[in-house]
Design a protein around this ligand. Structure first.
Ligand SMILES: Cc1cc2nc3c(=O)[nH]c(=O)nc-3n(C[C@H](O)[C@H](O)[C@H](O)COP(=O)(O)O)c2cc1C
Length: 223
């Protein structure tokens, strides 16, 4: 698979088969992703990979914390700014609506939408979960580099025939996740990722989100 093909075919997969993924398979992906670039070669990423009992322990702890306080934000930051503005607001709205349409869940059915949202906290059925942490003293540059690492990992997974979904849904539960994983200060848990085999029959996996055209975000001068 070429890089172009991996870029084009990778999507956020939100329904997985329970087909196991071995530790070796995940190690191979991390072996590839570790070649991601980072400013000053800081490589400011830490990864916790969970499967089996450990995966279940994370799920159980987060479910318990959600039951105790569904609206708590345990993270140092909010995933999005308080009120999104255009064009970001519409983009976010659109991808959500497209997803719920594929799932056959109308706007009014808040409970069914919530149920789907809660599937995040089961890795959408994926047998492997990854959590990405960073030293909390790092700045925006290093956070960007962590993102580049995550994308490299997602592309490597795509090449290997595996599917992923990056999951900031875990971010508001960062402290609960950190406790289960043993992530200690100054490290903070940023984001999760579901990894496994996509369910080819799940309608939600047909979602192909839109993108702005190149001319909307790039300018070319001096050519
Ligand atoms: C850092 C990051 C975190 C994300 N968190 C979630 C999440 O918690 N749950 C979810 O369903 N999708 C999540 N997504 C998926 C985005 O909604 C998705 O990438 C976007 O809509 C573009 O669609 P695509 O990935 O299918 O191309 C996340 C994506 C990124 C990059």
């Amino acid at each position: 698979m070429s890089v172009s093909e991996a870029l084009k075919s990778r999507i956020s997969t939100r329904a997985f088969l329970d087909t196991p993924v071995s530790e070796k398979e995940v190690r191979d992906l991390l072996e590839k992703a570790r070649w991601a670039a980072s400013g000053g070669n800081l490589q400011p990423w830490r990864v916790h990979v969970v499967a089996g009992d450990k995966r279940q322990a994370v799920i159980d702890a987060v479910k318990e914390s959600l039951q105790a306080d569904p609206f708590a934000n345990e993270s140092e930051f909010s995933v999005y700014p308080d009120k999104l503005w255009e064009p970001y607001r519409s983009r976010r709205f659109r991808v959500g609506e497209d997803m719920y349409e594929l799932l056959g869940i109308p706007r009014e059915d808040k409970l069914a939408r919530l149920d789907h949202l809660m599937r995040n906290y089961e890795f959408f059925g994926a047998p492997v979960g990854l959590f990405f942490s960073i030293d909390g003293r790092m700045g925006p540059g290093q956070w960007a580099h962590l993102g580049m690492f995550m994308m490299s990992l997602a592309l490597a997974a795509q090449e290997a025939g595996l599917a992923t979904c990056m999951q900031e849904a875990w971010t508001p539960r960062a402290k609960t996740v950190a406790k289960v994983l043993g992530v200690e200060e100054p490290y903070i848990v940023y984001c999760g990722m579901a990894l496994g085999h996509a369910d080819p029959d799940a309608p939600v996996n047909r979602l192909r989100s839109e993108r702005a055209d190149v001319d909307e975000f790039a300018t070319f001068e001096g050519f």
